[in-house]
Design a protein around this ligand. Sequence first.
Ligand SMILES: C[S@@+](CC[C@H](N)C(=O)[O-])C[C@H]1O[C@@H](n2cnc3c(N)ncnc32)[C@H](O)[C@@H]1O
Ligand SMILES: [Zn+2]
Length: 294
Amino acid sequence: MTSILQCPVCREPLLATATGYQCAARHSFDAARQGYVNLVLAQNKHSKEPGDDPDMIQSRRRFLDLGCYNRVSDGINEAIGSMLSGLAHGSDCSVLDAGCGEGFYLARLKEALARGSAAHRRMEYHGVDVSKFAVRQATQRDRSMAWFVASINDLPFLDGSLDIVLSVFSPANILEFARILKQSGSLIFVSPGPRHLNGLREIIYPVTREHGAPAITEKAEALFAPATVSRITYPLELKDNQTIMDLLAMTPYYWNIDRETKGKVAALDRLQLDVDVEIRVFKKKSGDGTVYAC
Ligand SMILES: C[S@@+](CC[C@H](N)C(=O)[O-])C[C@H]1O[C@@H](n2cnc3c(N)ncnc32)[C@H](O)[C@@H]1O
Ligand SMILES: [Zn+2]
């Protein structure tokens, strides 16, 4: 495949070098020892260490590696697998996980597709997160994939260069996703369903409201056509305090709750909750309003 990366300084293609990437204007970006490349420009950093911090990343990795969200990951893999089976036989396919965290979903996607619908297809996997701690961990999952520190608000990919953008529980930038996707490209957007984490939320809030439809459904309208929505729901029992605290650290509640409420969660040794996740597939509309099927 030719390079699909874009220089964050001049927007020209970035080509691989012996030590990282460079554009024709000689803006160069070296790979870190761990194998990822940092493409965030110093002047675009809004805080010293943007994104999730090392403790949050460790919590996420411990929790996900227990398999508690394997069924969510399987649902994502199925949605992408059936999409791929509709692509022309043998055509290449490039995937970006935007806000990839510590790489759990992208690594499992690659494994699943290698066994299934992508076995005879050349796949290219990219993961991007603004947290360098997250990306460092992600490289440990699979060094053969391309991992970048970058923001979803300034994605280092050329216009119309990707087949699939995956966004799992992460901030989304619909204009950027539409810019980097090919005309036939798909956005897979994964977000909490109405009852997600009920059980934990009932401890945190006196009144628990159902999660509404994600804002993306409206924001995407002009540029994407909704294709499918699937819902993964199952009960989950957490059997020790570490896992309960790890889950809490993966949620926005961790930052929003007061010390007393955090204390209530910290006193738990068991927790029964609902996992409820929605997987939405959107197809990028073509310039003239036609939706390409694949
Ligand atoms: C809730 S976590 C989800 C991570 C991963 N997708 C998962 O589900 O395990 C949200 C992620 O978005 C990242 N993030 C936050 N703002 C971002 C931005 N502007 N650009 C890229 N990533 C961002 C955080 O660092 C964090 O890893
Ligand atoms: Zn450049």
